[in-house]
Design a protein around this ligand. Structure first.
Ligand code: NAD
Length: 505
């Protein structure tokens, strides 16, 4: 597969719908053999997958360029290199992740039953990918599924067909064909996949489609992980450093042309610092793109005409004033990073998720107004980006919710590969990455083993009951509080003894 070019691969074609049930049956049957559970099987899949991806690296980078105009630098950083590291991390830690866990703080009476949590694979997984990071968002969950001992079918986004083609080749050449498969297609194929009974569905994409997935999964009581989008706010207080804020937030909108679920959807800036922030923003544009965004090989394109048109319509509908940028080209799907000053929170640029290089700025009078507005626009976004003093950013974190947050930065939290990543409320359910990827596909199975010799202790559970047995049971099971009736901390057992002797008076 070394020297593979995208053009060497068969054209992107949708998987025949009538073959999908058989593919599902195959991976379900394979899971039923329980041969995907041993550590050795999982490690072997990860090893083989790693080297196949490594060999396919040039083709994967080429595919990202064809689909999204991604530079090789960006595609390596956020896609190929990311997944390769993910595999190495998982491979290194898998044995430890798989170890049984002891129950916490178990009482001496339960200790004999050895209560443990075993990390069982959930079963056969369906993974549905999104287009913006077509490789990372498809293969990241797949690495989790393999590590957990699940079998899986991957349905990459049809909007990034070249990445989908290369990933199919890599999966088919490197993974156990009985346990792992790729289904290509769009709504009809995904709908057919959703007709099947899975043990877990892992979906990345828009909230609207997320609702369809969750409804279909509910019909068969299938657990879901939903990685959705969000109208993420950035808040710049009067005491923030305008240069740092400008550089960091602009970076977040240049990367992947702003097609990043965690990039800020809008920036609220304290009026007193607005002129300084805008000056620094212009300066940052000059430094990052000295010759502008067009024909800039570090700057990609919008994925397709439909998304380009959606962004253009958003920009046309704003009542705000364009301060920087605004140039677009439908033919080349170019969309200049565009800064727009808006006057209120109901502007379309704030009301909808742009998922593109739009940078609306809403001036605010103070921090309280910014917090109120952020909560009113979206109470549970995927990310939140406060810039200011420690006291200010702490106040923002304590008065808002979000899937994750980067203090004094744009989505840095999402670039830590071992930090679990996910939304909250309507920006998503569940999380993955690092250890969390293993856990997302794992069932924590509680197990006890009751030895014969404890029968004497278990006598308390057998009828006939009575006051004497109850006293014995309480002596064996009651935990001692370390707080009194007024909420004061006490010495636990000491207080309990005092309390008991007092209540007996
Ligand atoms: P999308 O919802 O259009 O497509 C995602 C997947 O869903 C694709 O594989 C597609 O084939 C499938 N799909 C589309 N319509 C479907 C239907 N009716 N029934 C069944 N399946 C269907 O999402 P997208 O446009 O690829 O991605 C953009 C959205 O995803 C944005 O909202 C963004 O914020 C979000 N996103 C979230 C994350 C995250 O990790 N939280 C990552 C990337 C993108």
């Amino acid at each position: 597969m070394i020297d593979l070019k995208v053009a060497d691969l068969p054209a992107f074609t949708h998987t025949p719908i009538d073959s999908i049930s058989a593919t599902h049956a195959r991976v379900v049957e394979k899971f039923g053999t329980h041969t995907t559970r041993p550590l050795a099987y999982r490690l072997k899949q990860l090893e083989s997958f790693y080297w196949a991806l490594k060999d396919a690296e040039p083709a994967l980078l080429e595919a990202c360029s064809l689909d999204l105009g991604k530079s090789a630098y960006e595609a390596y950083l956020t896609e190929v290199g990311w997944v390769l590291n993910d595999i190495v991390f998982m491979h290194k830690n898998l044995k430890r992740f798989m170890k049984d866990e002891k129950a916490e703080d178990t009482s001496w009476t339960n200790w004999a039953m050895n209560p443990i949590i075993r990390k069982d694979p959930l079963g056969a997984a369906l993974i549905i990918g999104a287009y913006n990071f077509p490789i990372q968002l498809s293969l990241g969950p797949l690495v989790g599924a393999i590590a957990a001992g699940c079998t899986a079918v991957l349905k990459p986004s049809e909007s990034a067909p070249n990445a989908a083609r290369v990933m199919q080749r890599v999966v088919e050449e490197s993974l156990d064909p009985e346990g792992y498969a790729v289904v290509q297609g769009a709504i009809p194929e995904t709908t057919k996949l959703l007709d099947c009974k899975w043990d877990i569905i892992f979906y990345t994409g828009s909230a609207n489609v997320g609702k369809i997935i969750a409804k279909r999964a509910a019909e068969t009581l299938t657990p879901v992980v939903l990685e959705l989008g969000g109208k993420n706010p950035a808040i710049i207080t009067a005491s923030a450093d305008p240069r740092l804020a400008a550089r960091r937030l602009l970076w977040a909108k240049l990367l992947n042309v702003g097609q990043v679920c965690v990039s800020q959807n809008y920036i609220m800036v304290d009026r007193s610092i607005l002129p300084a922030f805008l000056k620094e923003l212009k300066q940052a544009f000059k430094e990052f793109q000295p010759n502008g965004a067009e024909d800039n090989e570090d700057y990609g394109k919008v994925i397709n005409e439909r998304q380009w048109q959606r962004l253009r319509d958003m920009l046309d509908s704003t009542k705000g004033k364009i301060l920087i940028g605004g140039k677009t080209n439908k033919e080349t799907l170019f969309f200049e990073p565009t800064v727009v000053q808006v006057e209120d929170q109901h502007d379309p640029l704030l009301a909808d998720e742009s998922f593109g290089p739009l940078i609306p700025i809403l001036p605010v009078d103070n921090l309280d107004e910014a917090i109120r507005t952020a909560n009113a626009i979206h109470a549970t976004p995927l990310g939140l980006y406060p810039f200011g003093t420690k006291a200010e950013t702490d106040k923002i974190l304590a008065s808002t919710r979000s899937g994750g947050a980067s203090v004094n930065d744009a989505f840095f939290h999402a670039s830590i590969p071992t930090l679990s990543f996910g939304g909250v409320g309507d920006s998503g359910t569940g999380a993955y990455r690092g250890r969390a990827s293993f856990e997302a596909f794992t069932h924590r199975r509680s197990i006890t083993t009751t030895p014969g010799w404890v029968e004497g202790l278990l006598d308390v559970r057998y009828p006939p009951f009575g006051a004497k047995k109850l006293k014995k049971l309480r002596g064996m099971t009651d935990l001692k509080p370390d707080f009194d009736r007024k909420g004061n901390r006490t010495g636990g057992g000491v207080w309990w003894l005092l309390g008991v002797s007092g209540s007996n008076k």
